[in-house]
Structure formats: C-alpha cells, structure tokens
Design a protein around this ligand. Sequence first.
Ligand SMILES: Nc1nc2c(ncn2[C@@H]2O[C@H](COP(=O)(O)OP(=O)(O)O)[C@@H](O)[C@H]2O)c(=O)[nH]1
Ligand SMILES: [Mg+2]
Length: 291
Amino acid sequence: MEHKSGFVSIVGSPNVGKSTLMNRLVGEKLSIVTSKAQTTRHRILGIVNDKNHQIVFSDTPGVVNSAYQLHDNMMDFVNSSISDADILIFLTDTFESEMNHKATLEKIQQLKIPVLCLINKMDLSDQDKVAEKLAYWKGRVPNATIFPISALHGFGIDGVWEEIKRNIPESPPYFDKDAMTDRPMRFFISEIIREKVFIHCKKEIPYATQVEIEEYIEEENITRIRALIIVERNSQKGIIIGKGGDMLKRIGYESRKEMERFIDKKVFLETFVKVDKDWRTSPQKLKKYGY
Ligand SMILES: Nc1nc2c(ncn2[C@@H]2O[C@H](COP(=O)(O)OP(=O)(O)O)[C@@H](O)[C@H]2O)c(=O)[nH]1
Ligand SMILES: [Mg+2]
C-alpha cells in the first residue's frame, strides 16, 4: 500500500466543539477546551501516524466577525487552514441554527476538496432534532458528506476516520513519523495556564490575557518553569492575582498539576502577572506574541 498523507482542517463557529474533536482524533489533549467562545487563538496542528498514514489535523479559532485586531489575525489562521486543506471538516452542533459568518460558508460551498459536515453534540439531542439538522445542512452544503457525532463521547468517530482514510491523497509524510504536533512544549505549557484563566476568570479577563514562558529548564527529576501572565490593564492584574493572591495560587496549582500529567514529570512553576497596555489591538505586540 502506498503511503497517504495530508491536511485535515477543522473549522466552524465558536464553541461547537472543534478543539474537543481534534483532541479526540489525536488521542491527546493538545488544544485547550472551555465552555467559553474564542478559547482557541492559533492554528494548532495535531498529527496522527500509523504505518501507512500521516494525517495532519488543524484546529482553528472559531469563525467570528472581527471586533479587534486579534480577531483579524485569528481569521487569517482560519482562512489559511481552509486553503491548505486536503479535506475540510466543517463542524456545527445541534444548537447552531445557521452559520453566522456568510463569507466562510460561501468559501466552503465552493471548495473542490472533500468536505465533511459533522453535526456535533448529538448526545444532547434527539433523533427528530438530528434529522432536522441533517436536512438543513444538506441544503446549505450540498457538496458535503454529512453525519452526526459526539466528539465528547466518541460517537461517530469511526465514521470520521473512514471518510478521512478514503479521501486522503497518496503522499510521503510531511513531518517526522513520530511527531505529534509542530509546536514546542513551551506553547502547550502556556496554553495550559491560559485555559485555567479562561475557566476561573470572568468577563473580559480571559480575552485580555496572554501567557509567555520565560524559562523552561529540564533537570533530571523536575522541570522548572517561569511563566508571565500578561493582561491589558492594572485592574485586570489585580483580579488575576486575587484577594491575598488566592486566584493566582489556584491558577498556578491547577496548571502545575496538568503540566505534570502532560510532560509526565514533576514541575516547579512560578507565575507572575504583568501589564502590557492594549496588546490585543497593537499589530507589533501581536506579532511579538506569535499571532
Ligand atoms: N455534550 C457535549 N458537549 C461537547 C461535545 N463536544 C464539545 N462539547 C463541549 O462544548 C464546549 C466547547 O468545546 P470546544 O472544543 O472548546 O469548542 P470550540 O470552541 O469549537 O473549540 C466545551 O464545554 C466542550 O466540553 C459533545 O460532543 N457533547
Ligand atoms: Mg477551540
């Protein structure tokens, strides 16, 4: 059998379960998942290898109408993922009544590559509702193969793999056959902290937060990590630190536990909070932070 390899991009509205699906397909928590929209900010690659295949998944930020410069950059990640794809997974869920972003839907309708339209969260729905969604999306994306799944519970995932393996082109691998992602450990470490901020802080705080890893030192029995949590204003810094440092302690504790699971080693984690005024709207600052 010839080797098959290619890019499978996952796009869709915020919160439909794109990151959950990629983690499920890759079998590892590469992408952070929260109940809030716009958790994912980058294009994140998750690579699955077996003897004859290398499938490169891209998880992407949710498709949004842009409100500030960071959103524009997030939409660039979405658009480049669509144009690079060998197969597109357009993910929706049983709650989404229509795609809120017309330009992206039109782009998907015109694609010449195989499109899978997956209706996620079927576990929260009933058969009539699912049938109604199937009929609706059949009308909107007639070029797609459409079926319901549950990324969280793993229903329908075998069918997704069948479609992928049938449609992925013959090609030598693009990455090392033992690679799982294209990003360095530091990236995942910073994302773990960002996830805890998303989970514990309210309102605009998560959206104003960026995390930088200043030091990552691997010793024999422990990894020492120094992280900077960057926010836009002094008031936000106060909230992240919390009363008597409570919030920062909690974010640090939960992050450290998860890092230890992820890298399978003891972690010594130090966290600091810094203000970088209006980083989200400055093209230079966004560039510095990798957006
Ligand atoms: N019940 C249920 N919840 C799901 C499913 N897939 C994702 N979720 C939840 O939906 C929320 C958003 O998931 P996430 O993967 O971050 O969505 P994204 O913004 O599209 O990347 C999280 O709370 C997930 O746990 C599913 O199949 N069933
Ligand atoms: Mg996501």
